[in-house]
Every structure is written in structure tokens, then in C-alpha cells.
Design a protein around this ligand. Structure first.
Ligand SMILES: Cc1ncc(COP(=O)(O)O)c(C=O)c1O
Length: 464
């Protein structure tokens, strides 16, 4: 890296750190203040947002910056994306045309490519102009889908563990989240599979009523890695049809499924197209999370609501990023189904990493849950409880204490899964930690070494 690069990197880091510190301090001061000044009172968060707290990501990015552990927390690769993907962006960036606003609901070349891809996969013609919306990451697609369809008092069923933004998005819209947890059929054995985590059918049935507006299904699931089976999806679909409920299907990990498991899109089940909004992410599809490009596809009548939210909040996405993603999709469309298609190659590339992580976690005393999809692994850390000193951490939940203690004393960072549960069910996540395995082999080997050294008592726990 050049000296200038290093300096600007350091400056950016220092700035970023100070912004996080400042915002945390301001938020904490506001939460704890019993004696608010007139200014503070008047400029609190608006009622719809009141009670919002900085997310687990804000806190854990800061933790990583402070203690510099090996970070298996956040979900992104620590190695470059495919060359042809970055080449596409270079090509687009060096063309002096194509740097102005593009069509608000989606860059024409990209919605054409998405339409070609998903029409094939879903088995029906998807109109690129009325049935597809491109967004700032899948995050914005989720926001547009939730706020575009949830009215005050509507109930929304959320399957736990869930990607953490679902709950606040539902609450901001005035909706009432109704949680149901995936629970293990049995916890016997040293290694579990995400397949062992299932929904209680009568509990799910009991959540559907006349106030239910929608259910959010994340398939493959983050953080568990569960890939829902045809029977499970059919059961959910039948309830949606019976109670006239919409399904938001967050499928950002659609290409990350390990054999013999298969990703089934709920929109393809009988009569589900008309009530499903499916969400995807270029960040996950092409391993370019920093591009923050996502999309939703669904029938035009459902899409209108998303378009209105998008039009009046974001209006239009980044033109060069969308053009480059279109080029990448066009390439994959020419080799769809072949071994070298990136959509197939990526899970092949990740499977040995997944297996290596499961092995070293098991060898060092964890009880891993081997995922059927995605690039995260949850593991039960409680067999190691006698080796950790959780007293030194102030948090309410044990998994927060464990992950912080590990980051500070052992030098390995994961994410506390209780962040992915509603308040009443956080205890279900407390025995676990989530690690990400889309990392270089050397990084995973280092993680294994750290844990083996810790197990052997070689970690200088007080020096960190
Ligand atoms: C389940 C799930 N949905 C949505 C997103 C957001 O995706 P994007 O980065 O495209 O906004 C993520 C990101 O980690 C995710 O894990």
C-alpha cells in the first residue's frame, strides 16, 4: 500500500472510530438522562423510532477496532471477488458516459438481466419494468417491502433467529412483530445440523389470524444456515394462502447451499407468486458486499407499494454499480447450470471452509451447528463455560459476555446470536456464538490455532 493510501486509511479509521464513539455517547446520554433539556426533549427520535438502540454491528465493529481480535464476526469475504466482476466495474468506471442518474426503479440493463435470470428460475415471465425493483442493498428492499405493506396494527410473523433489521423495520411501520423460534429437535451428539432446527407447526398455525399481514422467511437463514425443505415451505405457503397473508422471502444467500440440500424459492410453490416478495443481494451473489446493491421481485400490484417507498426515500440507485452488476449477470446467464458458473462455484469453494470450521470448533470443545446454506456457523460454547470468566463483562446476555471476553482475552471475535431474537426469546441464543467462514484458508487456520492454543492454556489471557 502506498504511504498516501496508508495515511488516508488511518485517517478514515480514526474518523470512523470517533463518529461511532460520539454517536454511542450521545445515544447513551439520551437514554440515561432523567433531566432532559428543552432542546433534547424536542429533538428526541420521533415516536415511531423511539427506543432504537445502536445495533449489534455498531458495537462489535467498535470492539474489533479496540481489541484487534481475529474477526470472524461480520459476514463478508476477506479475499477479492471474482476478477471478471471487478473488471466489469473498471470497464464501467473508465467509460466517461454512464455516470449520471439512471432509471429510479432500476437501471434498464440490470432489470433486463434480472428478469432473464429469475424468469428462467421461477418459471414465469417476470416483467423487468413493473415486477423488479433495484435497491441500495437487500436492506433497502426489505425496508421498502416492510414499510410498503405494513400498516399500523398489522401483525408480522418473524422466524427466529432472524436478520436483526426485520424487527425495527416492522415496528417503525407501526406493525406488531410476532416471533416464532426454530428449535432443535434434539441436542444430542457433538455436532448438530441446521436441519435439526424446526418450527413447531401448531405454534406457527396459532400465530396466523385476521390481523396477520405478512410473514418474513429468510431462506437460507442467517445466522443458523437453515435451508427450508419443500415440506416446511409448503406448510408456510398453505397458511399464507388460508389467511390471505403476504410472504417476504429474504433469499440473499440463494446461491450458497451445500449439497445435498437444495434451495427452493417459495414464490415457485402453487399460487404463491401472487403473494410473495422475493429479495436478493448482489453483495452476496458476487461476493461484493460493499456494492450495496439489492433487488426485489414480485407481481406488479405488490411492487407498486415498494416503488413508492423507494421513490420517496432513495429515488435512484448508483448507476455504475448497477451497470457492472448487469455485465456480471449477463456473463453468468451464458453459463447458468455449468460447473464454472459462479452461482455453483461459490458453494463448492465454501464447503471445505465450512467443514474445516466445524472440525476445529468441535476439536476445541464447541458444539457446532453445521449449516446447510449461507456462510455462518453457530456453535454452542457452553461446554467451555468453566474456561471463561464472564463476571468481568457487564452485559445482560451470556453470549454477549462470552463473545466480548473471547475478543478481549483470546483474540477471536464472533457475534452474539441473541441479537437475532425478540426480547422474549433472547435466552434461546445465549448458549451460542456465530462465526463467519467466508475467509481465506490462512485466516481460518489462524482461528483454529487461536482456539487450540487457548484450549492448551497457552493464551496469555491477562496480557490482552
Ligand atoms: C439475511 C440477510 N438479509 C439481508 C442482508 C442485507 O444485504 P445487503 O448487504 O445487500 O443490504 C443481509 C446481510 O448480511 C443478510 O444476512
Amino acid at each position: 500500500m502506498s504511504v498516501l493510501g496508508k495515511i488516508s486509511g488511518n485517517l478514515a479509521f480514526t474518523y470512523f472510530k470517533s463518529v461511532i464513539n460520539r454517536s454511542l455517547n450521545v445515544q447513551l446520554a439520551l437514554f440515561s438522562s432523567t433531566n432532559m433539556s428543552e432542546i433534547e426533549k424536542k429533538f428526541q427520535l420521533p415516536k415511531a423510532y423511539r427506543g432504537s438502540k445502536p445495533s449489534v454491528w455498531v458495537e462489535y465493529i467498535q470492539l474489533a477496532a479496540d481489541y484487534k481480535p481475529l474477526n470472524l464476526g461480520q459476514g463478508f469475504p476477506d479475499y477479492p471477488p471474482p476478477q471478471y466482476v471487478t473488471d466489469a466495474l473498471v470497464e464501467v468506471a473508465s467509460n466517461r458516459n454512464g455516470h449520471q442518474y439512471t432509471r429510479g426503479f432500476g437501471h434498464p440493463r440490470l432489470v433486463q438481466a434480472l428478469s432473464k435470470l429469475y424468469s428462467k428460475i421461477i418459471g414465469r415471465e417476470i416483467n423487468p419494468l413493473t415486477e423488479i425493483l433495484t435497491t441500495l442493498g437487500a436492506y433497502e428492499a426489505l425496508y421498502a417491502a416492510i414499510t410498503g405493506h405494513v400498516d399500523v396494527g398489522d401483525e408480522v410473523i418473524i422466524i427466529e433467529p432472524f436478520f436483526d433489521c426485520y424487527e425495527p423495520m416492522v415496528r417503525y411501520a407501526g406493525g406488531i412483530p410476532k416471533f416464532i423460534a426454530l428449535k432443535p429437535k434434539s441436542t444430542e451428539g457433538d455436532v448438530l445440523s441446521s436441519k435439526d432446527f424446526v418450527l413447531d407447526r401448531s405454534e406457527l398455525e396459532g400465530l396466523f389470524n385476521s390481523k396477520t399481514k405478512l410473514i418474513i422467511v429468510n431462506n437460507p437463514n442467517n445466522p443458523l444456515g437453515k435451508v427450508f425443505s419443500l415440506e416446511e415451505l409448503t406448510f408456510i405457503a398453505d397458511l399464507c394462502k388460508k389467511h390471505n397473508v403476504l410472504c417476504i422471502s429474504d433469499e440473499v444467500y440463494e446461491w450458497l447451499v451445500y449439497k445435498p440440500h437444495k434451495h427452493i424459492r417459495i414464490a415457485t410453490l402453487p399460487d404463491m407468486w401472487e403473494r410473495t416478495i422475493t429479495i436478493g443481494s448482489a453483495g452476496k451473489t458476487f461476493s461484493v458486499t460493499g456494492w450495496k446493491l439489492g433487488w426485489a421481485y414480485c407481481p406488479a400490484n405488490l411492487m407498486f407499494n415498494l416503488q413508492m417507498i423507494h421513490q420517496n426515500s432513495v429515488y435512484t440507485g448508483c448507476t455504475p454499480i448497477q451497470e457492472a452488476a448487469a455485465i456480471a449477470f449477463e456473463k453468468e446467464l451464458t453459463r447458468l447450470g455449468s460447473e464454472d458458473c459462479y452461482f455453483n462455484a461459490i458453494s463448492k469453494e465454501l464447503e471445505p471452509k465450512r467443514d474445516f470450521m466445524a472440525k476445529f470448533l468441535q476439536e476445541t470443545g464447541f458444539k457446532p451447528i453445521v449449516p446447510e446454506g449461507g456462510y455462518f456457523m453457530m456453535a454452542d460454547w457452553t461446554p467451555l463455560e468453566s474456561q471463561v470468566n464472564l463476571e468481568s463483562e457487564q452485559d445482560k446476555y451470556k453470549d454477549y459476555k462470552f463473545t466480548k471476553w473471547m475478543a478481549k482475552k483470546v483474540g477471536l471475535q464472533g457475534i452474539p446470536p441473541s441479537a437475532f431474537y425478540g426480547d422474549d426469546h433472547k435466552h434461546l441464543g445465549e448458549n451460542f456464538v456465530r462465526y463467519c467462514f467466508i475467509k481465506r484458508d490462512e485466516c481460518l487456520e489462524d482461528a483454529a490455532k487461536i482456539l487450540h492454543n487457548w484450549k492448551a492454556g497457552k493464551t496469555a489471557q491477562t496480557s490482552k
